[in-house]
Design a protein around this ligand. Structure first.
Ligand code: BJW
Ligand code: ZN
Length: 241
């Protein structure tokens, strides 16, 4: 259980800090009703995310991968940002230097008002052409089973980062800089399974940052965390304001 004194301690630190970096994962959107990747509800049909979020899966069966993304787009479309998203947007207004690094592709942080945000795994509301590489915003629901580019006719793919694919270099640069320069680093709702995101807290810590983890699962947080707050992000984060 998270003690009231831990919450008070971190709230005090947040009022003092000039530089906060936050890393979020699927747990932040869980309270909005968006399924996480690795929990019991993380399965879609009988597939694991690791089997669908790969360039190999898309080459072999683009229809299946698009079916999964269409299902997720339809689901996310019906969801709203929750109190955790709102709390992070309001921290951004209070702290002079604030960066939000999110692994989530659902766009809920931006809808809640976050501005200085790095979407390191992309955005499910964008598509990218596999031929001419044009990236465009697209919130059509549902997309056709095999959507194609208006400009060149080649297949479109989701503008997200799959396993084995490189993250955008500029996004990595911004994330590392924010981790290195942070006084306080908050890790919220991520299992820490996926690199390179999972190493950002370590990097922040080795540069002198204080690490706070917020997760539903009390077994998390024994990594680099200086304080672990156990509970739902939507319940804990508003209490830190
Ligand atoms: C709550 C809660 C509540 C629940 N409140 N908490 C170094 C070492 C080993 C391997 C690698 C390495 N470097 C690279 C790799 C390979 C690979 C990797 O990391 N593999 C590991 C599995 C071992 N990484 C990559 O391939 C990355 N690319 C890369 O590094 O390029 C260079 C390179 C290329 C080739 C070889 C080597 C290097 C790319 C990774 C892309 C990941 N993409 C996905 C899909 C995105 C698109 C989409 O969404 O469709 O990103 S996978 C999926 O996992 C998604 C997520 O963003 C990501 C992280 O998941 P997350 O957010 O942590 O979710 P969960 O479900 O795992 O956890 C939820 C947590 O919330 C849990 O802890 C709950 O307890 C908690 N929770 N409810 C608070 N209410
Ligand atoms: Zn094209």
């Amino acid at each position: 259980m998270t003690s009231i004194s831990d919450i008070d301690k971190i709230r005090d630190r947040l009022t003092q800090t000039r530089s906060l970096t936050v890393l979020t994962g699927a747990g932040v959107s869980a309270d909005s009703g968006v399924p996480t990747f690795r929990g019991p509800e993380g399965l879609w049909k009988t597939y694991r995310a690791e089997e669908l979020a790969t360039p190999e899966a898309f080459s072999k069966n683009p229809g299946l991968v698009w079916e999964w993304y269409n299902w997720r787009r339809e689901l996310i479309h019906t969801k709203e940002p929750n109190a955790a998203h709102a709390a992070l947007a309001s921290l951004e207004e209070r702290i002079p230097s604030f960066t939000l690094i999110t692994q989530n592709v659902d766009g809920l942080h931006v809808r809640a008002g976050s501005r200085n945000i790095v979407e390191i795994h992309g955005n499910i509301w964008k598509v990218r052409c596999t031929g001419c590489h044009t990236i465009s915003f697209n919130d059509e629901i549902p997309l056709p089973p095999l959507p194609a580019c208006d400009l060149c006719g080649e297949p479109l793919r989701p503008h997200v980062v799959w396993f084995g694919e490189s993250l955008d270099a500029e996004n990595i640069k911004r994330s590392l800089k924010a981790a290195e320069e942070s006084e306080l680093f908050l890790v919220v709702g991520t299992s820490g399974n996926v690199q390179p995101a999972a190493s950002f807290a370590e990097i922040a810590k080795s540069n002198g940052s204080y690490i706070v983890e917020v997760n539903l699962d009390p077994t998390r947080g024994n990594g680099p965390a200086d304080t672990s707050l156990t509970g739902r992000a939507a319940e804990i984060l508003p209490r830190l304001l």
